[in-house]
Design a protein around this ligand. Structure first.
Ligand code: G3P
Ligand code: MG
Length: 241
């Protein structure tokens, strides 16, 4: 089973920062999950919320600041300032680093609240520039975004994210639309849907799995991967079994 560090090694380091990504690599995780949005000047940036307030010293919407303005904020405040200051990474900066690792990247497009113009085109270009086509999965709660990624990069797998509920007949749905993966909330995912995904040849990557009990249950149900804030523990388990 593949272990993805959710927002990097976010259980221990400030989420979605280069520090969290570098530390995730050291845990033996197979991959990294990160969230992308667009700055005011159309640059791909890595941050989870549409607003800066929770994770940085900035205030207001990401979309209202240029990349250089976003870079002036401290993105490590969420860990109570116990870490040295960290910047919001650009996706380009991340690609420059990850290209020399063995890691797979799950790029989550945050397009459900702000629909960023041409974010899919910009991601496509960046993936091509850094030749990451065989080490990337795209996912989004907004399935229009993964349909568009499939149009631009047909050979790159995509995952349908769902929240609030488990999607009935998820395997059928993903198969119908050409999505390779289903990405459910682990607390809502059912055995029926695990079986439905297996029936239609759809891989399951579930989030956010921070305990071994859930991890083992998903393993028994045939899930292919998990997203976790604590990649060291789960990567050790996954590589032993
Ligand atoms: O991609 C899995 C997970 O990250 C989805 O939820 O809110 O953590 O981006 P969220
Ligand atoms: Mg995410």
């Amino acid at each position: 089973m593949r272990v993805f560090a959710h927002r990097g090694y976010s259980g221990k380091y400030p989420e979605n920062t280069m520090l969290a990504f570098r530390e995730a690599e050291k845990t033996g995780a197979d991959g990294i999950e990160l969230d992308v949005q667009l700055s005011k000047d159309g640059e791909l940036v890595i941050i989870h919320d549409e607003t800066l307030n929770r994770t940085t010293t900035g205030k207001g919407y990401v979309k209202d600041y240029t990349l250089s303005e976003l870079k002036s904020f401290n993105a490590s405040v969420i860990k109570g300032n116990t870490c040295a200051p960290e910047q919001i990474p650009s996706f380009e900066e991340y690609c420059e680093w990850v290209k020399d690792t063995r890691l797979v990247t799950n790029v989550e497009l945050k397009t459900s609240i702000v629909y960023y113009p041409e974010i899919e085109e910009k991601l496509t270009e960046m993936i091509k520039v850094f030749k990451l086509e065989d080490r990337v999965i795209f996912s989004s709660f907004n399935h229009l975004s993964i349909v568009r990624m499939k149009q631009f990069l047909p050979d790159c797998p995509v995952g349908a994210l769902v929240e609030h509920d488990d999607l009935q007949f998820a395997g059928y749905y993903c198969n119908k639309y050409g999505f390779e993966y289903y990405h459910p909330d682990s607390s809502l995912f059912t055995k029926e849907n695990a079986d439905n995904c297996r029936q239609y040849g759809i891989g399951v990557n579930s989030w956010t799995v921070n305990d071994l009990g859930t991890f083992e249950r998903l393993y028994e149900w045939g899930a292919e991967g998990v997203f976790t804030n604590y990649p060291r523990i789960l990567a050790d388990w996954a590589h032993r079994n």
